[in-house]
Write a protein that binds this ligand. Structure first.
Ligand code: TGC
Ligand code: FAD
Length: 385
């Protein structure tokens, strides 16, 4: 990945503290040394990058999440740098950290916290977050998964779809209706009646494991219920944390595309043996992308400041997630175009990034859903439901 290309025209990186610079450098080293050399092959082969997990563990990101020692902006920068490697890598952190550990931190009992957070924090246990169902994606309120009270606890039945890390998870945070109210349950995946099957054939997020989960009368003890998760809004609060990581991560993906593209365009001659980078229309597109990326980063930064002040408003998260995902995808597509035929070849990272960003645009709330959240805040009128 080219390191001598300067796209930070607003010198945003100069504002970071010494500690933040160290964090950026550390994650960047890991991405350069461990992730970028192998992630393209895993994308091609549709395999999970097992060999990058030891290095991820050494970064201690999940332990910092467990003890809540990362300031919001520093946490955002970690995600920006991880997605410079791959959206699928940042997703590991979003799911394990914001969604699974976040659910237990916010809604778990003391016993659940002490049982699971240290193991999840050391990546000794993997978690997944099971909200989406085959018939209910954007509208999880309609979910069909049900829990019923038994003498020893609860019995859960239903199916969940598109669940990241669902095959390798030791623990699933399962959202199910108990007496028509959405509740969260910590379900160990080795319980009888629980099964996971990998979704194969994806052309996006190929180096991420995605699963369909089946819960066939799974019995769990009373202690499996997340006591503080009392409605769908609890699940949505977990999503807010993960959408924060996505808003930052998208900046890293877009920047990486632009840097790789500029390096390519400076080397590739076309018309009068002049590098493509010297042509006017090409420079126009580069200027547009650099400007959009500055805008994305400023939005992510402001979101970090707001998060440091207190809980974020859903419309703030929605604005950042919607804008940054759409813009990152547009940047990736434009870069793909500027590489010509080479833009569709896996010798370059851009095609993989572009395909992965299609998932990032869709999961954690599609663009329409975020637009509707913003629309509701602007007008006071909920246009969905
Ligand atoms: P609605 O009636 O509007 O609200 C129900 C309750 O939830 C509260 N709420 C929120 N709370 C926190 N954050 C938000 N963003 C919230 N939005 C709403 C709301 O205040 C209310 O609270 P209360 O106390 O009054 O009950 O809910 P609705 O059912 O009409 O739906 C709202 C809608 C459409 C925005 C919501 O359903 C939604 O966000 N849908 C999108 C679903 C989604 O994002 N699924 C993601 C699945 S997980 C995933 O994709 C992981 S990908 C892996 C990775 O991240 O890498
Ligand atoms: P649908 O809800 O069927 O939407 C299809 C289209 O219709 C979209 O364009 C949408 O914007 C639009 N639409 C829907 N409703 C409206 C409306 N009212 N107005 C206007 N337009 C509308 N889920 C989890 O729970 N856990 C995970 O770990 C997880 N990981 C994922 C990993 C991957 C690789 C992918 C692709 C998805 C993952 N998801 C996960 C699921 C993801 O959150 C859903 O795909 C997403 O919420 C959209 O749901 P859907 O696919 O059912 O689309």
């Amino acid at each position: 990945m080219p390191s001598d290309i300067m796209t930070d025209l607003f010198r945003l990186d100069e504002d970071w503290t010494v500690e933040q610079r160290e964090v950026i450098a550390q994650v960047r080293r890991y991405v350069d040394d461990a992730v970028l050399p192998c992630i393209g092959a895993h994308h091609n082969d549709e395999t999970f990058p097992e060999e990058i997990i030891a290095g991820l563990r050494e970064l201690s990101i999940f332990e910092s999440i467990a003890d809540q020692s990362l300031a919001p902006t520093t946490y955002g920068l970690v995600n920006r740098e991880l997605e410079r490697g791959s959206s699928t890598l940042r997703s590991i952190v979003s799911v394990q950290g914001a969604l699974v550990m976040g659910a237990i931190q916010q809604f778990g009992s003391d016993e659940q916290r002490s049982e699971w957070l240290p193991r999840l924090g050391r990546l000794e246990a993997w978690g997944c977050f099971a909200l989406t169902e085959p018939n209910f994606g954007s509208n999880p309120a309609g979910m069909e998964t049900r829990a019923e009270v038994t003498p020893g606890g609860y019995r859960i039945s239903g199916a969940k779809s598109w669940i990241t890390n669902g095959v390798r998870a030791d623990l699933a945070v399962v959202w199910a209706k108990l007496d028509d109210t959405v509740r969260g349950f910590l379900v160990e995946t080795d319980r009888p009646g629980f099964s996971a099957s990998a979704i194969k054939g994806k052309w996006s997020f190929r180096s991420s494991e995605t699963a369909q989960l089946f819960l066939d009368d799974v019995e769990v003890p009373a202690s499996a219920l997340l006591p503080g998760a009392t409605s769908l809004s609890s699940a949505l609060k977990c999503l807010a944390g993960a959408r924060y990581t996505i808003a930052w991560g998208a900046v890293g993906a877009a920047r990486a595309c632009l840097e790789e593209t500029i390096a390519y365009l400076k080397e590739r001659p076309q018309f009068n043996n002049q590098p493509l980078a010297s042509h006017q229309l090409i420079q126009y597109k580069l200027a547009w992308m650099a400007t959009e990326i500055v805008g994305m980063e400023l939005i992510a930064r402001r979101l970090g400041e707001l998060r440091a002040q207190g809980p974020l408003d859903p419309a703030q998260i929605a604005l950042a997630k919607m804008n940054n995902c759409r813009k990152a995808l547009e940047v990736a597509r434009t870069c793909r175009e500027l590489l010509g035929a080479n833009g569709i070849h896996n010798e370059y990272h851009i095609g993989r990034r572009m395909l992965d960003l299609e998932t990032v645009l869709t999961y954690e709330g599609t663009e329409h859903i975020h637009a509707l959240t913003i629309g509701a805040a602007l007008t006071g009128i909920k246009a969905f439901g």
